[in-house]
Design a protein around this ligand. Sequence first.
Ligand code: SF4
Ligand code: SF4
Length: 367
Amino acid sequence: MLLKTIKRQVKKHIGPYINPDFVTFLRKYVDIAEINLNAALGKHFLPYPRQTIRVMGTSSCCNLSCRFCPSSKEERGKIMPMTLFQEVINQAADMGFSVIDLTPIRGEVFMDKSALDKMQHLDNHPKIKGYKFFTNFVVPSEQTIKELFQLRKLNTLRVSIYGHDEQSFCDLTRGTKKEYHRLVKNLNSLYELYDQNRSFHLELLGRTVPSFSGKWPRSELQEIVLNFEKTHQVVCDGIFLYHDYGGKVTNEDVKSLGLRMTDGSNVYKKGLCSTIFIWASVLEDGRVDACGCNSGIDDSLIVGDIKKKPLSYILSLNNPLYADIIHEQIEGKFRPICKNCTIYHSIYKHGWWKNYNLNQVKALLNR
Ligand code: SF4
Ligand code: SF4
């Protein structure tokens, strides 16, 4: 807790002034030391692979068109039908997955008009313990915000706040002034209701342009973010690194905002990537991505289709498409999407999860 507070304060006060290249450089050499030491000692730090699954009920639909997001360059509009959603949840729950991440990789949860129905379905499912999602929080109506407080298993609501005032919001997201004011209004509604009984923990994550100095006059957006901190002790965490999604977003795309994209060439990679056991994802059309962190950029980690084979087969070592990815990574062979990935997390590096070793995980995946 103390470490988290120190990290947050460092990030808040000096984060905007640190060169992202320096952060990636530092991270690389710290990783080299930790990963090689643990590899030599034979220590593994894998998460339990049957805990959280991502179900992209609303993938590829977004109201905004952020300059740093690859979805702004793509066709959008797919939403997972309710019947397919229920089938995916049943199969995932039977396999032991008890936490559902509803965040589309590049999309907005509330663009799906049945989003609340899907959440209520999860509330009523006896084997599901919780669910969570990110939202840009522009789309929900006042009534929808009220209904979030009626949900019983929503455990984390993460609101991404882009920009620090009207101009920076519009510049970053290509959104309209109306959308900016809707975001401010929605945050105010959430703030007013926040003392009510609720199942969820709120996280605010902010991104803005590097020219932001944080000085007066404060915008309405800064005021509400500060009110959350003062009254409800909800601190807005700043994010300063922008991942380039395997080169899909370039520095040219974000040059006018003074941003820089970070690529995966400086991420030290050795051994199986742990993230593969946290980010297994079912896409809106039923295809299964072994790791959804770069879903839609290419199909090289697609390992099956739930409409053709059960999920328990697709995410097992009996499925050669899935087994090949695992075995290749164990041997240090990474497909291009993984080679360029900034989110890679080595089996030899500590995570925030309870640790399992490779043999334990393989035994589970062989069932
Ligand atoms: S709100 Fe999220 S998904 Fe939508 S365009 Fe922005 S970054 Fe992409
Ligand atoms: S390297 Fe990146 S894309 Fe590949 S499995 Fe790991 S997190 Fe997923």
